[in-house]
Ligand binder design. Structure first.
Ligand code: KG4
Ligand code: ZN
Length: 342
């Protein structure tokens, strides 16, 4: 592609506790990816405090955008369009990114594109896997979502299943808190599990009656809490590494079984994972092994592109841009935006 035909997207993400901006060329080449994480701030409270998140986003947003432009080597005039996460997420947090994007779009006259956060997570797979094109099946596992999706085309999705209660990441965070690991729980359980026996405690693998692609993790979380209580009451020592490893294995078994059932039932040869939990080392290893056995191509973003970032929003925004999608200045934050909805 001729340089003058390059599409440079300035992308902004502020849906939860990361203030992020990135510049992405032609959907798949990341020129800069700046993430200012608030994790340390929220760790004090054991989870994300929405009001604190919004305030921190306001403090950081301009700085992060400027840094993303500077690192990319592109000037604001070189940017083709501005993409921003407008949902789902925390309303106050989303509004900071949406307002910043609208202001830049208004001041420069460049088009504005509202992007769905989950669409961003899925599109993170396009960045490092240059050969990956729809259709494929993607399992999105994050702190707020657990979705099994057919990616029919760029920006076109069919949801096969989702969680009926807790998201996979939420279960990781709650169990981590129960065994005293603190926030965010996912990476800590991932690490501690390496020292534990995944078969030590037989935690349940929940199935949802009549919906083989749906998930349920609240029963598993309760089973872990009951196990901890009963050990305490009996005066038995708790092996935290065994609890972590056994819980993690229970989550992974269900995710792998449901996802690969869908891939085979719908006769797909390509499968991808996305979202914060997709950086879990045991989850990746399990999918690598099971996909290779079945000759299914397995894709996943690198860890930095799994957790919240703006490069993924730039990738998704690019495909919306070339389809002609434009958002007006009436674009608003939509905290419970559904995938595939505009
Ligand atoms: O995608 P993400 O950054 O934010 C949302 O959109 O929710 O996901 C954050 C979630 C948290 O629940 C965190 O505990 C989980 O992803 N997570 C992990 C790992 N790294 C992050 N869960 C399991 N293993 C990990 N290595
Ligand atoms: Zn996310």
């Amino acid at each position: 592609m001729d340089k003058k035909d390059d599409v440079l997207i300035l992308a902004i993400e502020s849906s939860c506790d990361e203030t992020a901006a990135a510049v992405v060329r032609n959907g798949r080449e990341v020129l800069s990816n700046i993430i200012s994480s608030q994790i340390e701030l929220h760790t004090l409270y054991g989870g994300v405090v929405p009001e604190i998140a919004s305030r921190k986003h306001i403090e950081k947003i301009n700085q992060v955008i400027e840094e993303a432009l500077e690192k990319s080597g592109a000037a604001l005039e070189d940017i083709t369009a501005i993409a921003v996460t407008y949902g789902p997420g925390l309303v106050g947090a989303l509004l900071v990114g949406v307002s910043a994007a609208k202001a830049i779009s208004f001041a420069t006259g460049k088009p504005l594109i509202g992007v769905h956060h989950i669409e961003g997570h899925i599109s993170a797979n396009f960045i490092e896997n240059k050969d990956l094109e729809p259709p494929f099946i993607c399992l999105v596992v994050s702190g707020g979502h657990t979705h099994l999706v057919v990616v029919k085309d760029y920006g076109v999705y069919e949801i096969l299943g989702c969680t009926r209660d807790d998201a996979a990441g939420e279960a990781f965070d709650k169990v981590a808190r129960a065994i005293g690991l603190g926030y965010p729980g996912g990476p800590k359980i991932d690490r501690l599990s390496k020292e534990g026996n995944p078969d030590a405690i037989p935690f349940p693998r929940a199935k949802v009656d009549g919906a083989s692609f749906d998930f349920s993790f609240s029963g598993l979380k309760s089973a872990v809490l009951n196990y901890l209580n009963s050990c305490e009451m009996k005066g038995l020592a708790i092996n935290r590494a065994d609890v972590a490893a056994s819980f993690q294995k229970a989550v992974i078994d269900v995710l792998v079984e449901h996802a690969l059932h869908a891939v085979q039932e719908y006769h797909f040869q390509k499968f991808a994972i996305a979202g914060g939990v997709a950086s879990n080392s045991a989850l990746r290893a399990a999918f690598e092994q099971e996909c290779s056995k079945r000759k299914i191509a397995f894709y996943h973003p690198s860890s930095i592109l799994c957790t919240d970032n703006a490069a993924m929003i730039g990738a998704a925004g690019y495909y919306e841009y070339i389809k002609g999608v434009r958002s007006g200045y009436a674009l608003n934050a939509v905290p419970n935006l559904k995938l595939g909805e505009r």
